[in-house]
Design a protein around this ligand. Sequence first.
Ligand SMILES: *Cc1c(COP(=O)(O)O)cnc(C)c1O
Length: 419
Amino acid sequence: MDYFELKNGEICAEDVPLAEIAVQVGTPVYIYSRATLERHARVFREALAGIARTHLAFAVKSNPNLAVLSLLKKEGYGADVVSEGEMKRALAAGIPAADIVFSGVGKSRRELVAALDAGIGQFNLESEEEGVELADIALSKGMQAVATLRVNPDVDARTHAKISTGKADNKFGVAYGDAAEIYARLAALDGLTMRGLAVHIGSQISDLEPSRQAFLKMGELMQTLRKQGFTVTHMDLGGGLGVPYRLGEELPGPADYGAMVEEVTRDWDATIMFEPGRVITGNSGVLLTEVIRVKPGVNAPFVVVDAAMNDLARPSLYDAWHDFLAVRPTGEKMVAHIVGPICESSDTFAKNREIDTVKAGDLAIFRTAGAYGATMANTYNSRALVPEVMVDGDKWAIVADRLEPETIFAAERVPEWLD
Ligand SMILES: *Cc1c(COP(=O)(O)O)cnc(C)c1O
């Protein structure tokens, strides 16, 4: 459920007509709804209320905007970060270091040092080598790093191949069969406190069974380690729950997920940790765009919009679907290809799609753009970096400026010897 709805014939974000934002900020622009973000954060938390001890760490990579992070901090969320930059953002938003989990398959030495210095609460180790390096750094600083071992459970999340992370041939975690021995060797290192296991099998998960299988395997591994005398107090189950991208699409929601996790983890006697991203932010944002023109095509017309693959990469990366709706629908429909202005055929949002009839100058939105939207934006074709707005009832604010090409090329230098 979200708060982007038709009111008096035009789509509003909460109580703000999108057209008002278009006039003042221009397009394309990402628009987030505070009430929707809060609602999703609360629904997810409430879905886990039956679990005795939980820790919620918002996956910053899904939407790292400081206003979004500040809001989630107020909702009691920690952060799951995968780079030093994300760590800095989480800290800048006021999220306590102790509530931050550092994930990521390639943490550099520099990042490990920075995270230790910042007092990060937990490192999710992706390899034995990383654990050895972290222990070494911690020891040299007279510190103790707290960590879990990320395990690759070898299950197929049945999602898009590019966002599947839990099969044996994916790059993430250590092999399930080696995990107990690696855990034992890491637990013996000075400078490192091993406190549990971590797993994350993929994103946009729309079938809970693979997650259930993965969590059951993690539970068995936890028991094996405990029988061998090791301490396992924390079990990080990652993120990945999917969201509906099409109006009317039915997916398992937080309540189904929570019930499944509660059932699997009932006897674990551990703090169960979660790293939700998309399920919080996905339907909390839209990308507002203006139709530049409609040009004839062989099979169907091309609706050329002023948003492009550099602003919203998911369709070009994953063939992802985003609902496209006219801000002031007339009730008429057309079949069209929706494309951006970039000089690549991959800059295509939809083909042969039945959409609201639009013409040059009309406003439209791509829905479900709050996750993996602005965060993946770039400036290809020397386009501006897309701005972001947050709405709260009848007020709104720019939460990220549009970065014009001049601002971006101000960081470039022409060496003297080219003169
Ligand atoms: C990407 C990622 C998440 C969040 O995934 P969502 O599908 O957005 O919930 C959580 N944990 C890890 C380790 C990730 O890489």
